[in-house]
Design a protein around this ligand. Structure first.
Ligand code: ZN
Length: 372
């Protein structure tokens, strides 16, 4: 019997070479030391895959094979110049950079990036075809910072935007909603779909985290797209409570107003309480809660059609437990494995909604009225 949940992983995702820098390449001149494991080292994603495998959950999911995204798939959302520069630099002996100088990839890295975009496409195709009810594409490198003309923030091609455009233009899906719960702003989809009303882009992120100054609540799209970019910037320090409130008060009402035929989730686990690249406090049960919000909305609005595409998440310790909880929820299959860090992180806070968090969410909630 096939599971209701499809799953994409490819061993090459674990080979993405992010070099020996941290947020920037090492530099003797700047006295920026090389480090054994880059903050976006692919082992974090591989560890999530291996927890899924060793937990027994993998056998209860429907495997979906990633294929290389084709040139036309990339060019639906990226400039040709960006695409060709990645291919050119990928042939260099030590590889190249996605576009911002802090997103290195190794020789041949274009192939892994195309396989990540292709993994998002394969998961989308399977869900739209009804082969599975929902799917998790555990792809790497991530994509949500990649804009039309350049890569950024460890992202080469915008996997979730590639999947959204594939759904619209190849599969004939009417309306696609992107829900981005990565802790950093979903600037790539914002850039790509800024003037469009057929793709709703909701990003819930730490206010002014990355990219710098990106994703304020008053960045809302323009022309036909006005209102269909919805940013929900949250004050630093928030945890399960503010995320639950934001999804209940903004994300779900926005999805209801938009009434999508397909929901794509840009899933970063870097809002976690153990993440080094942001200052939020979400635990694995918080991720489970916000996933429940979206899955319930999908059941109500689009026959449960949800494709989750992996984005960031930089705690090699904690990302696996967050991901396992989301996949258990999607599949309805419980492994019995508990979050091993809960005895430590469970009492650290984030469970009570504070006034300034409520106020930030309420500002965004008022903008849902412009979606139809
Ligand atoms: Zn992120």
């Amino acid at each position: 019997m096939t599971s209701r949940t499809g799953y994409v992983w490819d061993a090459l995702y674990g080979w993405a070479d992010t070099g020996t820098g941290g947020l920037a390449p090492s530099s003797v001149a700047d006295r920026l030391q090389p480090v054994a494991a880059h903050v976006a080292h692919p082992d974090t994603k591989r560890r999530l895959h291996e927890l899924i495998a060793t937990s027994g959950l993998l056998k209860r999911l429907t495997p979906i094979e990633a294929q290389l995204a084709q040139e036309e798939d990339i060019l639906r959302v990226h400039d040709r110049a960006h695409y060709e520069r990645i291919l050119k630099e990928s042939a260099w002996p030590k590889g190249g950079d996605a576009g911002d100088g802090g997103s290195p990839f190794g020789q041949g890295g274009h192939e892994i990036a195309l396989l990540a975009a292709g993994g998002a496409i394969a998961a989308t195709r399977a869900v739209v075809a009804g082969e599975v009810r929902n799917a998790y594409a555990l792809v790497n490198p991530p994509g949500h910072h990649a804009e039309r003309a350049n890569g950024k923030g460890f992202c080469i091609f915008n996997n979730v935007a590639v999947a959204a455009s594939y759904a619209r233009e190849v599969l004939g899906v009417g309306r696609v909603a992107i829900v981005d719960w990565d802790v950093h702003h979903g600037n790539g989809a914002q850039d790509i779909f800024w003037s469009r009303s057929d793709v709703l882009n909701v990003s819930v992120h730490q206010d002014n985290c990355f990219p710098p100054a990106s994703g304020p609540v008053d960045a809302r799209g323009e022309g036909d797209g006005f209102g269909y970019t919805l940013n929900v910037p949250l004050p630093p320090g928030g945890g399960n409570a503010v995320y639950d409130y934001a999804f209940g008060e903004v994300v779900v009402p926005a999805l209801r107003a938009f009434n999508p035929d397909l929901i794509l989730i840009a899933s970063g686990f870097d809002a976690s309480i153990m993440d080094p690249l942001a200052r939020m406090m979400v635990r694995s049960d918080g991720y489970e809660r916000i996933a429940q919000h979206v899955l319930d909305a999908a059941d109500e609005l689009c026959d449960g059609r949800v494709v989750v595409v992996q984005e960031g998440g930089y705690s090699p310790y904690y990302v696996p437990f967050c991901g396992l909880k989301v996949l258990e929820l999607m599949s309805g299959e419980r492994t019995g494995i508990e979050d091993a860090y809960m005895p430590i992180v469970g009492g650290m806070g984030g469970d009570v909604l504070r006034d300034h968090e409520r106020e930030a969410v309420d500002v965004a909630a008022a903008l849902v009225a412009d979606i139809s």
